[in-house]
Design a protein around this ligand. Sequence first.
Ligand code: PHE
Length: 445
Amino acid sequence: MLATAGSAIGLGNIWKLPYMIGVNGGSAFVLIFIASIIFVAIPLMMTEIMLGRRGQKNPLDAMKVLAQEAGVSTLWSWVGGIGMLAGVLILSFYSVVGGWVLSYILSAMEGVFTNISAEGAASNFNQLLAQPLRLLMWHSIFLLLTMTVVARGVSEGLEKANNILIPLLFAILLILLGYSMSVGDMSAAFQFMFSPDFSKVTPTAILAALGHAFFTLSLGMGAVMVYGSYLGKHESIGQTTLFIAILDTALGLLTGLAIYALVFANQLEPGAGPGLIFQTLPIALGSMPAGNFFATLFFVLVGFAAWTSSISLVEPAVAWVIENTKLSRKLASTILGLIIWLTGITVILSFNEWQDVKIALGLGIFDSLDKLTSTVMLPLGGVLMAVFAGYLMKNKHINEELRLTGWAFRFWKITNTVIAPIAVLIVFLNFFGAFENFTLDPFRH
Ligand code: PHE
């Protein structure tokens, strides 16, 4: 359970959710996001843990075993394949952002944020983005930290650390929230995030919110399946899922509140994009009593959270390579690490030298990778798992794992067979339409 929580809690909560709320117009996005968590992500997370515990292998081979058990085509194993590819692609930009966090640990230790102004914080971040070599160094360090753990297969130790680190992250967020409340404009933040405003419910916002529900809970790519295979037979899948989903969502929304209170008090731009937390949090952290200490601790904890998530992004692919080739874990990790490192370099360049390079649908490299994985691959992977479990697996086998009765089982069944597939289908049908009026410019600082 802790490992799954460690995978779920990461940059998605602290970095991505807050800026996506701003880019997608605030409360409408939050509302759709919460609905996506309840009606799509929670039931699908139960499915994915269930498939993992029953399959007991890497995602691709687990799906193969389960397809045989259900008496259907073993082509279903490719659901696991899409997932592993998604993980590798996500890690190539995740590691770059993980690098930003590491560089902020150093800045915090050096006292760079002490009494920093809003302009100072923004220019700091822009300077970082403008230096490819500096970004490359931090991306390399972050990826090396990840791949070292994966190559040695020792993530267990790190996962035990979650026991202390997740509560600590929660505690420091509450301190930050309290401080933001005193120096920021919490009522404006509340209004922005929670006042119902249905006029902003656009296809783009729906697509982004649904995709992020998958991203933040690590769904649709096999990470949760791998951890599900380690979950004890007697643990309750329903309770585990609910606990993680509530913790994860709360963490993201609390960070959002802390940030928007600062955004509105300092007349910053809510739609600033991926740099949002790096341009706002230093303002609060830098003016707090013992600010350097709190800023350092905060970025260290975010770094840890990102680290445990990044391990789970690549573990399914590594597990598959070593179970299906003669490569050792070390060699498999090195090769996959190199591929991710190189793809990461193109992401780095998309923030500076290659700012104008557009690859798909008029989007830059970072944005294309992000959209392709979060809004296409993860939902597709997740829904295929749902369809497989909901329509093809025998109820007897499902019940041996899920042990749901009454309304809970009906809720699981209807969300897996009807609600999630329809939601994702509608979103896919809107996909190209949504991109036509795509106005997001993530490089607007
Ligand atoms: N859930 C992680 C986060 O929020 C990211 C992640 C996505 C990890 C998919 C594994 C798989 O940061």
